[in-house]
Write a protein that binds this ligand. Structure first.
Ligand code: C2O
Ligand code: CU
Ligand code: CU
Length: 571
């Protein structure tokens, strides 16, 4: 460091020391074996007020996991909380059993050990608890951390990647602290946090710097921008880098979303500026705007919260000396994103979002249903065939915008209200903004992981909505895997046979609960894939209209040899 830069840092340090807190940079952990312990802790968000919190390996938040594409990893997640929990790797492409959704419960004083090979593209992901009805509680108390995946394509680019120096993790959140405790499901989230502290400041080198922004809030959307009108370059979104940087001065980041931004601070040594949320510019279907929808109370205390509709700082940055070996120019090209092709689409699934009961308040406050149902741990809402390319269309019949998240996959946004997405969100995404009284369509393919029993989730990432049931479950089924096991054909009876119309009755001794029924035609093409519930060995399904001929009907159920029989459909 030169003498001049030492002085600059000291001066900047002094100026901000009174009011500002240094931005904490979480420790890093890397493979092949990662130990995480969910624990209770405390934090003074305001000096002198000790608040009970949760964290991974500490009092609040957790270490940043740095993973390498193609490498195997085992995570030991130990629950030292007095409550059950789960830990979900948000955005990672892993099997349902490794995904950490609400079915992968970690009881107190036990350890869950998922193990997988990292398949994801270089990007910024995160981890957080996902217990049924418990997500908001445990995330709001502080349990969440960042995941950085690296890969060869990213490594070949001249991008800032010195963690904590020119590559900065930013977990951006608001929290409600009421009477010395973290409060849930309120509009009083007035404490603004970056990596867990208020009034954070950080010195950045005078060169190109990368900011990995994660909105880890329960409900609040940030409209990111810089106080000095600095333009920034979006280089990546949820699941990967963009084909080329997109230059902007505002970016809407909803709960669950991530964006990697480059800022060029060359020649700006000695300056300081703030990363802001321009809440005054948020449209009125977004939580964080001055009013939501028709202005009826959105959440208790919403009108009293000075952050709503206001512009406020998330982090203050002071520009110090360049590192000498940093990135000096924003690259013009990044990584090609091979979009899915609508010509390959096998299935289009509509998802209608509506309040559970109709009414002006309910249109804003919820609870919200997807396709007429609230989340039920015992109900599979969708069955997807392994390898199929699908369009998921979210139709929002409510007065509030929802960030909808799908587990397992990354998608591309096809359109929103019929129009192409913003250029910056044309890459890999796992959360999509679905505007009030509007719609969004995404396209994806369900590759690699099938499991006849363990579902993945899709849900709103506003954690109150999620916990109130704005979530559904989907299975990915491999019909061919079922076919290989069909040698054991005893015990399955179907009638009427031959079949003409009406319900098809199924009977097989011992079948109980949820089972998957697949019907394949003579060419092996699946014409029906559905879940049905057996009781006392009996179940029934309604067949779609199919051509007359010979079909194979297969049933898979937990703990049973798959069953199959021939079904003759008559003209
Ligand atoms: Cu970040 Cu299903 O969650
Ligand atoms: Cu997720
Ligand atoms: Cu929602």
């Amino acid at each position: 460091m030169t003498r001049a830069s030492v002085c600059t840092s000291l001066i900047i340090g002094c100026i901000w020391a009174q009011a500002q807190t240094p931005l904490p940079i979480p420790d890093t952990l890397t493979g092949p074996l990662i130990q995480l312990a969910l624990q209770e802790g405390t934090q003074e968000f305001h000096p002198g007020e000790v608040v009970a919190t949760y964290g991974y390996n500490g009092d609040l938040l957790g270490p940043t996991l740095i993973l390498q594409q193609g490498e195997p990893i085992t995570l030991n997640v130990t629950n030292t909380l007095p409550d059950l929990t789960t830990t979900h790797w948000h955005g990672l492409h892993v099997s349902p059993a490794n995904d950490g959704g609400p079915h992968s419960v970690i009881l107190p004083n036990t350890t869950w050990s998922p193990s997988f090979t990292v398949m994801d593209r270089a990007s910024t992901f995160w981890y957080h608890p996902h217990g049924h009805g418990l997500t908001d509680y445990q995330v709001s108390l502080g349990a969440a951390g960042m995941i950085i995946v690296r890969d060869a394509q990213e490594a070949a680019l001249d991008l800032p990647r010195t963690y904590g120096v020119d590559d900065i993790p930013l977990i951006l959140q608001t929290k409600a602290i009421v009477s010395g405790q973290v409060a849930l499901h309120t509009g009083l989230d007035s404490v603004v946090l970056a990596n867990g502290v208020r009034n954070a400041w950080k010195e950045l080198p005078a060169q190109v710097v990368r900011l990995r922004c994660l909105n880890g809030s329960s409900e609040r959307t940030f409209l990111l921008g810089f106080s000095n009108a600095l333009q920034f370059h979006v280089i990546g979104t949820d699941g990967g880098l963009l084909a080329a940087p997109v230059t902007l001065n505002r970016l809407q980041l909803m709960p669950g979303e991530r964006a990697e931004l480059l800022v060029d601070l060359g020649g700006q040594q000695g300056q300081s500026f703030q990363l802001m949320s321009y809440g005054s510019e948020l449209p009125d279907d977004i939580i964080g705007a001055a009013q939501v929808g028709n202005g009826m109370a959105t959440l208790d205390g919403y009108d009293l919260n000075a952050l709503n509709g206001a512009d406020f700082a998330l982090v203050t940055f002071a520009v110090g000396a360049p590192t000498g070996d940093g990135t000096l120019v924003v690259p013009t090209a990044l990584v090609p994103t091979n979009a899915f092709n609508t010509a390959d689409v096998d299935v289009t699934r509509p998802f209608n979002i509506e309040p559970e009961s109709m009414g002006a308040m309910q249109m804003i406050e919820g609870p919200f249903e997807i396709n007429g149902a609230l989340m039920d741990m015992d109900v599979i809402n969708e069955v997807v065939q392994l390898g199929s390319t699908e369009i998921w269309e979210f139709i929002n019949n409510t007065m509030v915008g929802h960030p909808i998240h799908i587990h397992d996959i990354q998608f591309n946004i096809l359109d929103r209200n019929g129009l192409p997405p913003e250029p910056w969100e044309s890459g890999w995404k796992d959360v999509v903004f679905v505007p009030a009284m509007g719609s969004a369509r995404v396209i994806t393919r369900f590759d690699d992981f099938a499991d006849p029993d363990m579902p993945y989730m899709y849900h709103c990432h506003l954690l109150m909505h999620e916990d109130e049931g704005m979530m559904g479950q989907f299975l990915v089924i491999d019909p061919n895997a079922v076919g290989e096991l069909m040698t054991d054909q005893v015990g399955l009876t179907v009638w009427p046979q031959p079949y003409a119309d009406g319900p098809l009755r199924l009977q097989a001794e011992g079948l109980e609960g949820r089972c998957t029924v697949a019907l394949a035609d003579a060419l092996g093409r699946t014409v029906l894939l559905e879940q049905t519930v057996f009781s006392d060995g009996r179940g029934s399904i309604v067949l779609p209209v199919v051509a007359p001929g010979h079909y194979v009907l297969r049933i898979t159920a937990r703990g049973h040899v798959p069953l199959a029989t021939t079904l003759i459909v008559q003209p």
